[in-house]
Design a protein around this ligand. Structure first.
Ligand code: SAH
Length: 352
């Protein structure tokens, strides 16, 4: 394809037109370095016109490193006997929320492995306590697959948002990343349930995960178009020791920000994080994602003594821009590229 036609696909995408499978493939594989820069510029223009130069911050609490699942990529998989396990108590979680509140955060994100001890009733009790103490904050959960009743109970207890990446839409690829006890279809059904219950719902996928093809990413885009999530998290795959994928190469910053920009053009109002994984593989990962159209950063507010134990992949960043205690540094780094922290709740808003 000639450069001109690449630019015209980008134009059509930016104008809200549907693009075909083949065009997605072209955008993912055939842009020249110059065209990629132009794509990032367009995407960042859309982000700035919808959100200004403010970047939303969410306080991330990692509440348990126990997990019943055995995902091939994740360092917390149940068969990893070298993983360090911990679970926070309700009191510790409330302390983290208190700390996050003092630091200025208006969104708490509780993430964890699928810990059987943190069942629906236990999590609902914690969410209700947070909701009572902080009536105006957004509460986001990222606690894996649950039943419809569980999701409903958590919503009633006060949760507003739920993050559950679909990981990969293609069933064959899903089965290359997960044991046969897990199902991509079940996960997608969880996402549909979450949306129907009124959660602001986040999905997403890793970039550069083992066996991922360009077509897999196209399938992901088409699935996201159908789901219409409010948030989309994409980060590079990063190898985790003592997992079947420990010797695979990490995804790249270029491929990841290419996907971020394409998502920004296709989903102009979506909340797109500059992920911790991207900051882990590249010292300027956060800035690169923001300049490609990302508009959320999720600094860690977990107790210092457990941070290194939530080791979903190697060397996961939990300091600097990824630490809730270092917001001044995050602000300075955002200022240096013309942005600033926005402490608002950052709800999804199509009409802003
Ligand atoms: N148990 C929760 C939270 C999982 S951790 C759930 O199932 O949703 C959040 C995300 O981290 C996962 O959805 C996955 O996309 C990502 N992740 C896990 N292992 C990773 C790895 N090795 N490299 C990059 N991202 C990874």
């Amino acid at each position: 394809m000639s450069g001109n036609s690449n630019l015209s696909i980008i134009d059509r995408l930016a104008g809200g037109a549907e693009v075909t499978r083949e065009e997605w493939r072209v955008l993912l594989t055939s842009l020249s370095p110059k065209e990629q820069l132009l794509l990032h510029e367009r995407a960042r223009g859309v982000a700035v016109s919808n959100f200004g130069q403010g970047i939303y911050v969410r306080a991330l609490l990692e509440i348990s490193s126990y997990c019943r699942n055995n995902c091939f990529y994740c360092g917390l998989r149940c068969s990893n006997s070298s993983a360090q396990r911990y679970r926070l108590t309700k009191e510790e979680i409330l302390d983290c929320c208190c700390e996050a509140d003092k630091l200025g955060f208006n969104t708490f994100v509780l993430q964890g492995g699928e810990d059987p001890k943190q069942d629906d009733a236990w999590v609902a009790d914690v969410v209700a306590a947070i909701r009572t103490a902080y009536t105006d904050k957004a509460i986001t959960l990222s606690l894996g697959e649950r039943g419809e009743e569980g999701y409903r109970m958590l919503k009633m207890a006060g949760a507003d948002r739920y993050l559950l990446r679909h990981e990969t839409r293609a069933d064959e690829h899903y089965s290359q990343l997960h044991p046969s006890t897990m199902s991509g279809e079940r996960r997608r059904n969880c996402l549909r349930t979450l949306k129907s219950l009124g959660y602001q719902t986040g999905s997403g996928m890793m970039i550069g995960s083992p066996h991922q093809t360009v077509d897999n990413i196209v399938d992901d885009f088409i699935f996201l178009e159908e789901l219409q999530p409010q948030m989309i998290g994409v980060g590079p795959f990063v190898p985790a020791s003592n997992t079947p994928f420990e010797h695979y190469a990490a995804g790249t910053v270029e491929q990841t920000i290419l996907v971020v920009s394409l998502l920004r053009l296709r989903f102009p109002h979506a909340l797109l994080p500059a992920t911790t994984a991207l900051s882990t593989i590249h010292p300027q990962g956060m800035e690169r994602a923001v300049l490609a159209g990302a508009n959320v950063v999720m600094p860690n507010v977990s107790p210092m003594n457990v941070r290194s134990k939530y080791s979903i992949y190697n060397n996961k960043m939990n300091s600097g821009t990824q630490s809730a205690q270092q917001l001044a540094l995050l602000e300075a780094r955002l200022n240096a590229i013309g942005y600033h922290i926005d402490f608002g709740r950052g709800d999804y808003n199509e009409h802003k």
